[in-house]
Ligand binder design. Structure first.
Ligand code: SF4
Length: 337
C-alpha cells in the first residue's frame, strides 16, 4: 500500500489535529502510532510541523493498543496524539485519541454476509475502525428480513458493538449468530469461544466472508496446557503498561502456585518479548499482560506461555471444559482476573 492510498483508506483527521494544536498553542507535540501506521509518521510529522510550528516528537516504542500509552513521551510534550485506538484509560489529561476510522464502505461485504446469515437475530460486533458504520449494517440486514442486536460492552468499551482483543463484553447479547465486521480472525474467534455461537467474519478490506472455526485454536491451547501439566516452575508475567497491568491477578496466581507446591516468580516488564524473557529459566510462563500474547506469540518464547485461565486448568483448579480466551474486563477483574 503506498502512502497516499493508505491515507485514503484511514481517516487520520489531520485538520482536527492541526486545529487542536493551534488552539492550545502547544509548543511540543507527541505522536504515537500502532505498528501498522508507523510508516505514516514521517509525512504526518512534517505536515504538522509545517502547519503549526510546533516541535513534533514521534514515539518509536512498540504500540499495540490504547492500553499502551507512551507515558515518558506524554510527560515530555504539551499534547500527545495517540492514533488508531479509542480511549481506554481515564485521566490521561494531555492525551487525545484519534480513532482513524476506515473509509472503506462496509455495504458490499455486509450484503454478502446477509446471504450467508439468511435469517434470525444477528449480534453485530466490530472494531473501532468500522464502528461508525454499524447502522448501515443493521439497515442492510434489516432489509433482508433479519433483526440485529448490538451490545453495549463494559467500561473498557467506548462504542456499542465494539470489540477489543482483550474484551468481548459487547458480544453479550441474545442472538442466533454473530456478524463480525473487520479484519483478522482473533476477534471473531474470541467471540465464538466466549459465546459458543457461530460467528461469520466479514472483512471489508478484502470483501470476503467466512464462518470462523474455533476448534483448531482450542486444540492448540489444549496442547499447550498438556505440555505444562508436569511443569514445576512458573514465571508470572506482569506488564507495566497502564491499561494491561494486572498485578493483583499475578499475585493471586502466585498464591495458587504456592498452594500446589510450584516454584514461581513474578516478572514485571514493559514490552513482553522472547528476548526479554530468555534468561528466566522456568518450565512455563503465565501471562497476565495483553491476552493476545499467549495466543499470537506464545510459540516464539523459550517456554510455553499459558493464560491465567489455562494455568488454573494445569493446576486442576478449573475444568478443561471451561477453557475460554483470557479477557481484561470489569466482571473478570471483580472475580480476580
Ligand atoms: S491489552 Fe492487548 S488486546 Fe487489549 S487493548 Fe491492549 S493490545 Fe489490545
Amino acid at each position: 500500500m503506498n502512502n497516499s492510498s493508505f491515507l485514503d483508506i484511514f481517516d487520520f483527521d489531520l485538520d482536527r489535529v492541526v486545529d487542536l494544536i493551534n488552539r492550545s498553542e502547544a509548543k511540543t507535540v507527541g505522536l504515537q502510532f500502532p505498528e501498522g501506521f508507523k510508516r505514516q509518521a514521517f509525512s504526518i510529522a512534517r505536515e504538522l510541523e509545517d502547519k503549526t510550528g510546533a516541535l513534533v516528537l514521534v514515539s518509536g516504542n512498540p504500540c499495540f493498543g490504547a492500553c499502551d500509552i507512551d507515558m515518558v513521551l506524554k510527560r515530555s510534550v504539551d499534547i500527545l496524539f495517540h492514533f488508531g485506538h479509542s480511549e481506554l484509560v481515564d485521566g490521561l489529561d494531555n492525551v487525545i485519541f484519534m480513532e482513524t476510522p476506515a473509509r472503506v464502505d462496509i455495504g458490499h461485504v455486509v450484503e454478502k454476509a446477509a446471504v450467508e446469515l439468511d435469517a434470525g437475530t444477528v449480534g453485530l460486533v466490530t472494531t473501532v475502525q468500522h464502528v461508525h458504520q454499524l447502522d448501515k449494517a443493521r439497515n442492510i440486514l434489516g432489509s433482508s428480513g433479519m433483526s440485529c442486536v448490538v451490545g453495549t460492552g463494559d467500561s473498557r468499551i467506548k462504542y456499542p458493538g465494539q470489540l477489543l482483543g482483550c474484551n468481548f463484553s459487547a458480544a453479550e447479547v441474545k442472538c442466533d449468530n454473530y456478524l463480525y465486521i473487520g479484519s483478522g480472525k482473533f476477534h471473531p474467534l474470541g467471540v465464538a469461544v466466549a459465546t459458543g455461537s457461530k460467528v461469520l467474519a466479514a472483512d471489508p478490506m478484502l470483501n470476503t466472508v467466512e464462518w470462523v472455526d474455533p476448534e483448531r485454536i482450542l486444540r492448540q491451547r489444549g496442547g499447550v496446557i498438556a505440555k505444562c501439566l508436569d511443569a514445576t516452575s512458573f514465571g508470572m508475567i506482569v506488564s507495566t503498561k497502564i491499561g494491561q497491568e494486572r498485578m493483583g491477578l499475578a499475585r493471586r496466581l502466585a498464591g495458587l502456585a504456592k498452594k500446589h507446591g510450584k516454584e514461581h516468580i513474578i516478572i514485571s516488564l514493559d514490552n513482553i518479548t522472547p528476548d526479554a524473557l530468555l534468561q528466566f529459566k522456568v518450565d512455563a510462563f503465565v501471562n497476565t499482560a495483553c491476552p493476545r500474547i499467549a495466543i499470537d506469540e506464545g510459540g516464539r518464547f523459550n517456554a510455553p506461555v499459558l493464560t491465567p485461565v489455562e494455568f488454573e486448568i494445569v493446576l486442576g483448579e478449573r475444568d478443561w471444559a471451561d477453557l475460554v480466551f483470557d479477557e481484561i474486563r470489569d466482571d473478570a477483574i471483580q472475580q480476580g482476573y
